[in-house]
Design a binder for this molecule. Structure first.
Ligand code: DX5
Ligand code: ZN
Length: 220
């Protein structure tokens, strides 16, 4: 079994000490940087944009996993590629021509991800799963860090895992929102490959150790 990955969410970092927090992730056992871009339209919050991502890219030494919570993401695919994104995830709910969007992301040399809101059923991905490198299952409503985990996520992850194997796809499953040491193992057992963790990591006393422990749980 391939090893399970941890992606700290920079949304919960200390923006006054961003370089320090990026170096902490660089020097930890984390695998990816998870970057949340919010436009205040698709979600009721605005996070940060291109200048901040540019700084993150400059210092980050690991995979940059960008989660776009924006309407009409097609407008910015090339911009995010140029800013150093390795994985670009768009929301299913924000894309009218999802197949075209995924092809455009791949054409720019990035891995293509699709995020599902908590209310969106897995079966909408039946006809597109083989074209998706990563499905991000939202385990909270997108827009804010620090919310509590929605329990129905376990069922969704199991259904998604089943869809992926039924179709012979090699899509990774990423979980985003309210991930802690309490639900990490059950999420992995349900079929998750990547766990995003924001406040659980950055609000902890010893962030490096929190990442190490979460990774150990995920791979136990
Ligand atoms: C929420 C974002 C998440 C968020 C997770 O809209 O997509 O990535 O940063 O934060 P926690 O881990 O605090 O729920
Ligand atoms: Zn996210």
């Amino acid at each position: 079994m391939s090893s399970k990955l941890i992606a700290p969410s920079i949304l919960a970092a200390d923006f006054g000490n961003l370089q320090r927090d990026i170096e902490m992730v660089n020097n930890s056992e984390a695998n990816w940087f998870h970057i949340d871009i919010m436009d205040g339209v698709f979600v009721p919050n605005i996070s940060f944009g291109m200048p901040v991502l540019k700084v993150i890219s400059k210092h980050a030494k690991k995979t940059i996993d960008v989660h776009l919570m924006i309407v009409d993401p097609d407008r910015y695919i090339k911009t995010f590629a140029d800013l150093g994104s390795n994985i670009l995830t768009v929301h299913y709910e924000a894309c009218t021509h999802l197949h075209r969007t995924l092809q455009a992301i791949k054409t720019e040399g990035m891995k293509a991800g699709v995020a599902l809101n908590p209310h969106t059923n897995i079966n909408v991905l039946e006809d597109i799963i083989k074209d998706i490198d990563l499905v991000l299952v939202m385990s909270v409503n997108p827009g804010f860090g620090g919310q509590s985990f929605i329990e129905n996520t376990y069922n969704k992850v199991k259904q998604l895992k089943d869809l992926i194997s039924r179709k012979g796809a090699s899509t990774l499953i990423e979980i985003d929102g309210g991930v802690t040491n309490k639900n990490a193992k059950a999420l992995i057992d349900a079929g998750a490959d990547v766990l995003v963790a924001g406040s659980y990591v950055f609000r902890s006393e010893n962030q490096t150790k929190t990442i190490k422990d979460l990774k150990a749980i995920a791979n136990s």
